[in-house]
Design a protein around this ligand. Structure first.
Ligand SMILES: Cc1ncc(COP(=O)(O)O)c(C=O)c1O
Length: 402
């Protein structure tokens, strides 16, 4: 997009570059065509955008949701084949999904402990229905002094899975016939984190070692379950940063992708994401100029989740030559930027009423701050899909999921 040409919104709002989104959808499709594709809803958080991507994805198989209440909402909105990726204790929402599965919808819940399985089994028994369950295999690489990966699932070794399967033997209202092995340390960790360039070679070496381990562990657990227990309906793996790797792993039947569609700022620091284009962000109007080389915008404090560090802050996308003030950062309701001398000399000092286009560090979290994404194509607001120039977010539909 030529941001200089775009009509500047007068209020803080979110933007979606439809040309960039189309480019990213096409690229995801090329990279993942060997397997089925599941969209990570947490990285989109908009029914409109999910439908848009689904329509353009021939090997789309379903959604990966992030909470039970959200899964129910997706079923209510006509989606099918939902894999809820994180174990839930929200009995009420699980029960409410049963009327959809009774009518033939597929809804799969995640588990890695007997408590998760017992809860689902009790619900199944009470409602006279079998509940579909997926086992989450921990793909992290524990080293003597470093844990390379995420601490989520208790199932890392075959023996962990075996123990759980044995304990689950008496549970007659669950179908345990899916496996997820998400290699977060490959798919979601950037190599070039700002201010931490000394870590780059170590992260690359660790990623290479971890890929070998992931291939071995996921394949051998899948083989073992298939031989000892039963045929699996699906083996899910991967994320945006591991598309090339995960899509060619023989044991994987489907990959999950979310962040690649918006390509938020954190993914700029990841080598595998370079061909993707920034497609979403927010715009802050310049409302003040406290001194010669500084402009202050309204809004801005949309910091991403994760370990607290500079790479969780938004970045300025346009215009160039604006830097954050380290003592203030992206503020709660106002954000000052210092303007490069060169920019001032060229007479390009941003004026009151002009827009500063920014990008969030993470994908779906952007949508938590705005009711709608204003769509642009060919340097103008555009009717994206249907009748509106906006795509409504979960928040815009009054929804809030955790
Ligand atoms: C279980 C799981 N699968 C896949 C992903 C990949 O999502 P994305 O493509 O948005 O990075 C994530 C992200 O955290 C995840 O938790």
């Amino acid at each position: 997009m030529d941001f200089a040409q775009l009509p500047a919104p007068s209020k803080v709002s979110a933007w979606l570059d439809m040309d960039a989104l189309d480019h990213n959808i096409e690229l995801v499709n090329q990279k993942t065509q060997a397997v089925k594709l599941r969209i990570a809803t947490k990285s989109i958080r908009s029914i409109d955008v999910l439908r848009y991507i689904q329509k353009k994805t021939p090997h789309f198989i379903g959604l990966m949701s992030y909470s039970a209440a959200e899964s129910l909402y997706l079923l209510q909105n006509g989606f099918d084949n939902i894999l809820c990726a994180y174990p839930t204790l929200d009995t009420q929402s699980v029960v409410e999904t049963l009327k959809y599965t009774q009518q033939g919808a597929t809804m799969i819940w995640m588990a890695d402990r007997i408590e998760h399985l017992r809860l689902l089994d009790e619900i199944g028994e009470e409602h006279g229905q079998k509940i579909e369950v997926c086992l989450d295999i921990n793909m992290s690489m524990p080293l003597p002094k470093l844990y390379f990966g995420t601490k989520r699932s208790a199932l890392m070794r075959k023996s962990d899975v075996k123990k759980l399967m044995e304990k689950a033997g008496g549970l007659s209202h669950i179908n345990l016939d899916a496996v997820m092995g998400y290699e977060a340390q490959i798919a979601g960790l950037a190599e070039h984190i700002p201010g931490k360039s000394l870590l780059t070679p170590a992260i690359k070496v660790l990623k290479t070692g971890s890929k070998k381990q992931v291939s071995r562990r996921r394949a051998s657990i899948v083989r073992w379950i298939t031989e000892q227990w039963y045929q699996l309906k699906l083996v899910n793996g991967g994320g945006s940063g591991s598309m090339d790797f995960t899509s060619c792993q023989p044991e994987v039947t489907e990959i999950t992708v979310g962040s690649a569609y918006y390509k938020p700022a954190y993914f700029d620091y990841m080598e595998s994401m370079q061909p993707f284009l920034p497609a979403a962000g927010f715009v802050l109007p310049v409302t003040r100029q406290p001194e010669k080389g500084v402009v202050t915008c309204q809004g801005g404090g949309f910091i991403a989740s994760g370990a607290v560090s500079a790479d969780k802050a938004p970045v300025v996308h346009y215009p160039k030559g604006l830097s954050l003030l380290p003592d203030e950062g992206f503020g709660e309701v106002q954000t000052p930027f210092s303007v490069d001398n060169e920019v001032i000399k060229q007479g390009n000092m941003p004026r009151i009423g002009e827009a500063v286009w920014c990008r969030h560090a993470k994908a779906g979290e952007l949508a938590e701050h705005f009711n709608e994404l204003v769509c642009y194509r060919d340097n103008a607001p555009v009717i994206a899909d249907g009748t509106a120039q906006v795509m409504t977010t979960y928040r815009g539909q009054g929804q809030c999921f955790h």
